[in-house]
Design a protein around this ligand. Structure first.
Ligand code: G3P
Ligand code: MG
Length: 237
């Protein structure tokens, strides 16, 4: 079962910061998950929430602030004073860390609340320019964007969901992918057993307990996203 660092090593470093990704880059794990949004001036930044309130000392929506404005805020001290120099990184800064590693890069397009028109194209263009497209999985809760990736590129893609489906394998097939990134409770649903039987590639988020990870491995789940990749690596393999 593959191990992916969720928002970098987000259990031990402030999530989605260069510190969290540098730590993940040092580990012999399979991949990294990276949340991406667009700033007011159309730059790709790595942050999970649509608002910066929880993970910085600022306030407001990512979409309403320019890159320069966003990067003035501290994105580390909410987690621990030790990380007070961290800021919201651009996607390009994060990709630079992984330019010469072998990790798979799962870019999550955060376009399910705000549409972030043009974000998919920008991600594809940057990945292509850096020669990283064949090491990427592009995923989203916004399945129209996943369909766009499937229709317009050769990139690997995945739908993300925490919903219950009667036949999620067929649903994903219509979109154009076999990859499902599902929430932990969904992993124990009939839909998941069926999808695995039909040939879906299923990754589960967010798995921080070893007991759950071992159970998921037993039922044939292909990968997990965890905030503690270093611990999972040690205990699971
Ligand atoms: O991509 C898997 C997982 O990260 C989806 O949920 O809210 O942590 O971005 P979230
Ligand atoms: Mg995510």
């Amino acid at each position: 079962m593959k191990i992916y660092a969720h928002r970098g090593c987000s259990g031990t470093y402030p999530e989605n910061t260069l510190a969290a990704f540098r730590a993940a880059a040092e580990l012999p794990i399979d991949g990294i998950e990276i949340d991406v949004q667009l700033t007011k001036d159309g730059k790709m930044v790595v942050i999970h929430d649509e608002r910066i309130n929880r993970t910085t000392n600022g306030k407001g929506y990512v979409k309403d602030l320019t890159l320069e404005e966003l990067q003035k805020y501290d994105a580390g001290s909410w987690f621990s004073e030790e990380w007070s120099g961290e800021y919201i990184p651009t996607l390009d800064e994060v990709l630079e860390i992984f330019q010469d590693t072998e990790h798979i890069l799962n870019i999550e397009i955060k376009s399910d609340i705000f549409p972030y028109v043009g974000l998919v194209d920008k991600v594809i263009n940057l990945a292509t320019r850096r020669g990283l497209l064949d090491r990427m999985i592009i995923s989203s809760f916004n399945h129209e964007d996943v369909q766009k990736v499937c229709h317009e590129t050769d990139a690997k893609s995945a739908i993300i969901t925490s919903q219950i489906y009667v036949d999620i394998y067929d649903y994903a097939r219509v979109i154009g992918t076999k990859r499902l990134h599902i929430s932990l409770p969904s992993a124990y649903r009939k839909m998941t057993t069926e999808a695995l039987r039909k040939g879906s590639i299923v990754y589960v988020w967010t798995v921080n307990s070893l007991e759950y990870a071992q159970e998921l491995q037993k039922i044939g789940i292909h990968g997990i996203f965890t905030d503690y990749p270093e611990r999972m690596l040690k205990e699971l393999k």
